[in-house]
Design a protein around this ligand. Structure first.
Ligand code: ADP
Length: 397
């Protein structure tokens, strides 16, 4: 069975066609600059095709994808009827869509009404869904998979904010979290790697990329996560401030005469390690800067690791102890020095890093010593595969 996974952004659309028998990626690529000039990238059969292709809207993008998936030369299937279902990534399902869902016109309309929670991403997902229905016909199941779903069942102690309760009732303001598909996937893969049942494990998952979030996973379920009502909360990130005293925003708006939108842009786009270092949001640049003696690059890196350490400690407390710590995403998978700066301060909890394993590259692996009470793992995330698995589960019901 073949499942097409679609991750639609406002002007782009990433896709993967996955054969679920072997969980093998048959083809993947990207439609970029949709609504502008249109660029198409397609990887299949070990070859990469790049072309300029007009894409006035997402439906045209989907048409190009389907055309090349079934292309005689670049294709991997004979006919698009071989695609059994499409799985769509959706950033926020609010309190309405709390699990992967088979969509129909009515549900798409409901999803459309939730755009306020993810103003940049949800409308794109709706556009992608409509485009697939239009181009593929109504008979191909379209399933939505939500980044917020994994966090939905966390206890109210973790999800309700200490502001007047009426704002939760009136506007649904609560902790939604993000990167849920990734946290759920790596927790499951961690259990497999350790040869244990995920239901018996307490795991802290660190998804550290441009956007970073940390989750406490008990028995395979999320009980707390660092991102909040929006993905601005939690640990500091590439350009996002993460948790700060909320009064700072009001103080700065008054001092500098900033509008809410301007303050929002400062906290989302000019803060985090970029704001502190004044140099870059990319941790490779910060590593290089710190090695050259740039004090603010060093400070940004130290602050980031310090904040991750604090979250891991807090989550170990609410989990009642932990069995494993997982690193994933761009930084978690590729930056041994951040991993090292996070794990060593936690040695007192029973975590011991094998520094030579930490320096190695590779797939899912354990980087703690055999004696380490808490296992430290690096697990490459694979949100597309997780979406395909959940899509398969929904259509098999
Ligand atoms: P996003 O949240 O946009 O998906 P990523 O998960 O790709 O971001 O994370 C981006 C961060 O990961 C950057 O700070 C970068 O330094 C780091 N990163 C990504 N790939 C590598 C790599 N191959 N080697 C070292 N660092 C990497």
């Amino acid at each position: 069975m073949k499942i097409l996974v679609i991750n639609a952004g406002s002007s782009s659309l990433k896709y993967q066609l996955i054969d679920m028998e072997q969980e093998q990626v048959l083809a993947k690529g990207l439609c970029d600059r949709i609504g502008l000039d249109g660029k198409f990238v397609h990887n299949a059969n070990g070859e990469k095709l790049e072309l300029d292709h007009p894409m006035p809207n997402h439906a045209e993008g989907i048409k190009v994808v389907l055309q090349y998936l079934a292309d005689e030369k670049y294709g991997v299937i004979r006919n698009i009827s071989e695609i059994s279902a499409v799985g769509h990534r959706v950033v926020n399902g609010g309190e309405v869509f709390v699990e992967a869902t088979l969509m129909d016109e009515e549900k798409i309309n409901t999803l459309e009404s939730l755009t306020e929670f993810a103003p940049l991403h949800n409308p794109a997902a709706v556009t992608g869904l409509r485009a697939c229905m239009e181009v593929m016909g109504r008979d191909v199941p379209q399933v939505t998979v939500y980044d917020t779903a994994f966090h939905h069942e966390m206890p109210r102690c973790a999800s309700i904010y200490p502001i007047p309760y009426e704002y939760y009732e009136k506007y649904g303001i609560r902790r939604f979290g993000a990167h849920g598909t990734s946290h759920g996937y790596v927790a499951g893969e961690c259990a497999k790697l350790l040869g244990r049942d995920v239901r018996d494990l307490n795991i802290v998952t660190c998804h550290l990329g441009n956007g970073s979030s940390i989750s406490a996973v008990k028995g395979g379920r999320c009980i707390d996560t660092s991102m909040g009502f929006t993905p601005l909360a939690g640990v500091m990130m590439g350009t996002r401030c993460g948790d700060i005293d909320p009064a700072i925003a009001i103080y700065l708006m008054n001092k500098e005469g900033l509008t809410p939108d301007e303050m929002n842009a400062i906290m989302n786009k000019k803060s985090g390690v970029l704001g502190v270092s004044g140099r870059s949001s990319d941790f490779r640049d910060l590593d290089a800067g710190a090695a050259e003696g740039d004090d603010r690059c060093r400070l940004a890196l130290d602050m980031f690791a310090y904040q991750v350490v604090k979250y891991v400690g807090a989550y170990s407390a609410v989990l009642g102890g932990m069995d494993a710590l997982v690193f994933t995403a761009g930084i978690g998978e590729n930056n041994p020095s951040i991993r090292s700066s996070v794990v060593w301060p936690l040695a007192h909890m029973g975590m011991e890093l094998d520094e030579s394993k930490n320096q190695e590259r590779g797939g899912a692996r354990i980087i703690s010593t055999p004696d380490s009470k808490i296992k430290v793992c690096v697990i490459p995330t694979n949100e597309e595969l997780a979406i395909a698995r959940q899509t398969l589960e929904v259509i098999s019901k």
